[in-house]
Design a protein around this ligand. Structure first.
Ligand code: GCB
Length: 594
């Protein structure tokens, strides 16, 4: 599914804005046909936004189940001659869509776009009602997983239940990214499979244009200034060009690829895509970009902000890229789900490398949440979840494969890879991902141990999350160097693969100081990060350091969290803590290429 871009043959109308909203705690909307009759007592809701923090109602903030959205919009009569799509860039987690009271389709992957062709449902030149039911419930057939738990004890009212999930970010929900009408020609470019490479000073583009209908396809590559470099005919081709400037972190050189369809010599569709040429390889426990060993300096992030929750917000995204530049970072991981398409486009533009993670998070035993469970069983992470995981990877690769900034796919975060059945599960995930994209290395992010992970061997880069002196030996900054060095050396001796320290960090309440450093102070966070860095600096197989986290973020309420996770080196409002200033000092002089 292509990103909605306008051109001389395509029209895109963003219908985000103020929609009507109605929670459905009694689960009656479907039976009572709200999609036909209209929402009974709606309030206003911004789209995009998470619905949770917009009102003053705790019931809405903590609502678990279906909510409904409604919007009315006029369509131009002239669009009758086009193929019309209703496109949602993301709605978490499941959605059912109706147009003028009729069901048009559903969606199950809350962090990825979906669209429906709506020609037969709309009134041309008239007003059209869009109704969307969105559910934030979690189960074991979709990622991220979770489940509704009934308390069944005499200390809770009968039927009392809570939505449980084993991931550490608030289960924000709603229409999280923009909604569009997309009008394309009758015969049109439906999809573009594009692989870009840079080898022996040659830039290579291989593409396969999926055309709906009958038309001749041609492709032109331009510089950003509009100078023509190369022109090829056919919907499947390979370009090999000397003398182009490759894309690389810190020096993001981009070109424009223009795909055109014509019939009897006249243009019928045109779609332009920014592209960059670069290669990514693994060699001798290093990750090479364009043949040079790259060192990741950056963060695990979240899409998270006051009021709007997990929703798309251009101001926040651009602010974050400016902060990444300010601090001297060269990369981030889309922990723990696919981020907006615009974020990846901006990573291409800003020259920031991205580890693109799918929403496989929370696949761990829930001991710390009060239950000791096995995860990789047929009723949990079994064949249904595996099939869904593979499908989400297909959608993710199709969405993001053309971005030069994406240098690694991350298949999962902290799954229970020590369980026996995790072996066949992740063997299948890695081989599926490899067939989807043979051009990029694969990563798994581990919280298991070197001697019990059954999954790490199927991946090219191993991400290691560690919290020495925090969750283990709290307060003991002095044990970090001994523990971390031993741990990382063990991993490397066992798997002989590059390691990326994908998470390390401490909660710090902005403005809380303690010298000597004590836990939760800004000083402790800064010192802990420095202790980790001293170790990774001595280990040549460690290919990078990603601090957990870029900014403070919202989590479920629990005793370890003070209105959210405070491991950000920036506050949730993006103000720097002490650690941010120290990171800036280090990263501005530490080269990206070793
Ligand atoms: C982790 C998780 C991350 C949490 C973090 C923490 O290992 O990957 O999602 O937020 O620890 O702060 O506990």
């Amino acid at each position: 599914m292509l990103y909605p871009r306008s051109s001389q043959t395509r029209e895109v109308k963003n219908i985000s804005g103020i929609w009507k909203f109605q929670p459905d705690p009694g689960n009656q909307g479907l039976d009572k046909k709200w999609f036909e009759k209209g929402l009974p007592s709606p309030c206003f809701m911004p789209v995009p936004s998470s619905f949770n923090d917009i009102t003053q109602e705790i019931k809405i903030r903590d609502h678990a189940g279906w909510v409904w959205y409604e919007y009315e919009d006029y369509l131009p009569a002239a669009w009758k001659e086009k193929n019309l799509f209703l496109r949602f860039s993301a709605a978490a987690h499941k959605a059912k869509v109706y147009v003028n009271g009729e069901y048009v389709g559903n969606n199950f992957s809350g962090f990825l776009p979906f669209e429906f062709k709506v020609n037969t449902y709309v009134k041309w030149g008239g007003e059209n009602k869009i109704t969307v039911a969105v559910s934030n419930l979690l189960d074991w057939e979709n990622l991220p997983p979770g489940e509704m738990r009934f308390h069944n004890d005499d200390m809770h009212p009968q039927q009392d239940k809570t939505l449980h999930y084993a991931f550490d970010f608030f289960n924000y929900a709603g229409i999280h990214r923009p909604v569009y009408w997309v009008a394309v020609p009758k015969d049109y470019i439906q999809g573009i499979e594009l692989a870009l490479d840079y080898r022996q000073k040659k830039s290579i583009a291989e593409y396969d244009v999926n055309v709906f209908g009958q038309a001749d396809c041609s492709t032109v590559l331009y510089t950003r200034k509009g100078e023509k470099i190369c022109h090829l005919s056919g919907n499947k081709a390979r370009m090999e060009l000397p003398d182009l400037t490759p894309w690389q972190p810190g020096a993001p050189h981009l070109y424009t690829m223009e795909f055109s369809l014509s019939k009897n010599g006249s243009l019928i569709d045109c779609y332009r895509l920014p592209v960059g040429f670069r290669s990514v390889h693994i060699e001798d426990s290093r990750l090479l970009i364009n043949g040079r060993p790259f060192y990741f300096k950056g963060f695990g992030k979240h899409e998270d902000m006051d009021i709007r929750g997990r929703a798309f917000d251009e101001a926040v995204i651009i602010k974050d890229f400016n902060l990444l530049n300010w601090i001297g970072a060269n990369s981030f991981r889309t922990s723990h789900y696919p981020y907006s398409e615009e974020t990846l486009m901006l990573a291409d533009e800003y020259g920031i490398a991205v580890i693109d993670e799918c929403p496989a998070v929370g696949l761990v035993d829930w001991q710390r949440y009060g239950q000791d469970d096995v995860i990789f069983t047929e009723d949990k992470a079994g064949s249904k979840l595996l099939a869904h995981h593979k499908q989400v990877l297909e959608l993710l690769v199709a969405r993001d494969r053309h971005h030069p900034s994406v240098v690694l796919w991350s298949a999962a975060n902290e799954a229970a890879t020590y369980e026996k059945n995790a072996e066949s599960y992740f063997k299948e995930i890695s081989s599926h991902l490899r067939t989807l994209d043979p051009t990029r290395p694969l990563m798994i992010v581990e919280n298991s141990q070197h001697n019990n992970s059954k999954a790490a061997r199927f991946f090219d880069v191993i991400g290691i999350n560690r919290y020495y002196s925090w969750y283990t030996d709290p307060g003991r900054l002095d044990v970090i160097s001994f523990q971390l060095e031993k741990d990382l050396k063990d991993w490397h001796n066992t798997f002989k693969k590059p390691l990326l320290v994908t998470e390390f960090g401490a909660d710090a309440l902005a403005g809380l100081h303690a010298d000597p450093p004590l836990m939760f102070s800004e000083e402790y966070q800064a010192r802990m990060i420095e202790e980790f860095q001293k170790v990774v600096d001595t280990l040549p197989f460690v290919i990078g350091e990603h601090i957990w986290n870029f900014a403070d973020f919202m989590t479920p309420q629990e005793v370890r969290r003070v209105i959210g996770n405070r491991k950000g080196v920036f506050t949730r409002q993006r103000q720097p803590k002490l650690a941010a200033h120290l990171l800036k000092k280090r990263w501005q002089v530490k080269p990206s290429f070793i």
